[in-house]
Design a protein around this ligand. Structure first.
Ligand SMILES: Cc1cc2nc3c(=O)[nH]c(=O)nc-3n(C[C@H](O)[C@H](O)[C@H](O)COP(=O)(O)OP(=O)(O)OC[C@H]3O[C@@H](n4cnc5c(N)ncnc54)[C@H](O)[C@@H]3O)c2cc1C
Length: 206
């Protein structure tokens, strides 16, 4: 007759063996399901084929054209920190934007800035930014034009806030993310055709 202790021991060993078999057959996956679309994202949480998905048939982008959504941001320290982080994101983005974007990519960048001007978490800044975009629409025809356009727009904000202008010839060194991208290759402001050339380009260029 088997003792109660022996029975429990055998049961535990069997349970452990079962668990080990299940773990071996189904190794844990770091893939996860997108809670909105239900689509399964790959290991590391990144879709494997970032650039292979075809653009969807052009649907009108809703919500791009409306007014400012966010309230006033009263805290000056928070406003400045938010600004620095956002400029960093925006400049890095335009400096990684394609050299020869497709129409879809151009639309995406233009819409991004217009949506930002509605959703930027500092309402009074967003309001100013909306007026700025109306006067100087986003330049999206290439990495160079987008980067220089943004640099000039940032300088317009700098001027309004009584800050020193930034020399757009230093975009490459200031925003070198170590990503290995082709630099813009602007060595001096004369490469831009003079001090205000970028602003001029914004008016006349694409
Ligand atoms: C869209 C937007 C609108 C804003 N509107 C307002 C506003 O209405 N009122 C307000 O008080 N604040 C506003 N801000 C925040 C403001 O622009 C600054 O971010 C904040 O005052 C902090 O300034 P900073 O001196 O630290 O440098 P930032 O202007 O934040 O710049 C950060 C760094 O970027 C670099 N830089 C500076 N100029 C350029 C340029 N032209 N091109 C590339 N790099 C540059 C410099 O290295 C600088 O140290 C806005 C920010 C954004 C993103």
């Amino acid at each position: 007759m088997i003792s109660r202790f022996a029975k429990s021991f055998v049961a535990i060993v069997v349970a452990l063996l079962l668990l080990a078999t299940i773990t071996f057959l189904h190794p844990p996956s770091r893939a996860y399901a997108d809670p909105w679309s239900g689509a399964l994202l790959g290991e590391d949480g990144m879709e494997k084929s970032l650039h292979t998905s075809k653009p969807k048939p052009s649907a009108p982008i809703l919500g791009v054209g409306g007014g400012v959504i966010m309230p006033k941001l009263g805290n000056a320290t928070a406003k400045a920190a938010l600004g620095r982080a956002t400029w960093k994101l925006l400049h890095t983005m335009t400096l990684r934007y394609p050299e020869k974007p497709t129409q879809d990519e151009r639309d995406a960048l233009g819409s991004y800035f217009h949506l930002l001007s509605r959703l930027y978490p500092c309402g009074e800044c967003a309001s100013e930014f909306q007026m700025l975009l109306e006067k100087h629409p986003p330049q999206t025809s290439s990495r160079r034009s987008a980067s220089l356009w943004l640099c000039s727009v940032h300088n317009i904000v700098n001027k309004r806030l009584h800050k020193e202008p930034f020399d757009c010839a230093h975009l490459d060194d200031t925003y070198d993310c170590g990503c290995g991208d082709e630099p813009l290759g602007i060595k001096s402001t004369t490469d831009l055709g003079g001090e205000d050339a970028a602003v001029g380009m914004m008016r006349g260029g694409r």
